[in-house]
Write a protein that binds this ligand. Sequence first.
Ligand SMILES: C[S@@+](CC[C@H](N)C(=O)[O-])C[C@H]1O[C@@H](n2cnc3c(N)ncnc32)[C@H](O)[C@@H]1O
Length: 309
Amino acid sequence: MAPADGPGSGRGTPSETTGALLREGVQRLLESGSETPRLDAELLLGHAVGVERTVILAHPEASVGADAARGYRADIERRATGEPVAYIRGLKEFYGLAFQVDRRALIPRPETERLVELAETEVMRRLRLGRAGDALLRIVDVGTGSGAVVVALAVSLRRLGAADVVEILALDSSAGALDLARENAVGHAVADRIAFVEADLLPDDGSRFDLVLANLPYVRRDALAGLPRATTFEPALALDGGPDGLEVIGRLLDRLPGALVDDGLALLEIGGDQGEAIVALVADRLPGWSCAVVADLAGLPRVARVSRD
Ligand SMILES: C[S@@+](CC[C@H](N)C(=O)[O-])C[C@H]1O[C@@H](n2cnc3c(N)ncnc32)[C@H](O)[C@@H]1O
């Protein structure tokens, strides 16, 4: 906690307590229609002071310097316009790692951690089975956004001692998102493990992959307007799944025969109400292929496993 005369404080200005600033922020966010005013205010005060939210909660009597209080009030006003807390803090935790986030890409969601878990399990299973001629396992993350999936996977594989046996490509059609993904890869020291490519869905060079991972946009276009206000700050390209929500994923399915090796697997994140629709779509676009839907911790359909067998 920054003391009244600590760094960032305005000397000579009477300081305010964390408790009073929290109450003020919660009140302002309640009026603005925030669904989580208390949590938001705690996170933003922690951000302004430079400590964890739990420290704020433990010390309601602590004084806050004038500069930090000013920064906090400015952040509360940003939040009151609906801007997500993650963009204001510039930070989001995902898979136990801190990711830099901003308006160039979607804020990674907790449900996407399922995709990383499944990818990690699949990589390790394939490595245990052995690779012909010790060939590298080729992985592509389609629609990498902030790089959350691919960076979390690369960090996990490094921890498991498997970093040297995979070749990872992070792909997005947004140059801004790719820049952010690269920054996150550098931040987690895996930039040398990942190649970054700007393309529509897949590289055009005929590359084939053992694993295709994708969290592509899957929100139905007519449902976009009903999403929480915070999502209007995120790129539409990251959310808009077309009229039925499965337009972009459907275009990726069309390209899987040319992109997956014979025993390759695609792991595709879907919406919690799209389990039956994805099975029907795979049957239609890829006759003879299999599609199994894996649930998330809440029991909702979350990831489709698509392969030739
Ligand atoms: C739902 S966001 C997911 C971002 C990140 N993978 C995550 O899980 O947080 C979808 C991403 O797909 C990208 N995208 C949308 N259409 C695409 C396309 N046709 N080709 C490549 N990327 C696309 C968007 O730019 C966005 O970054």
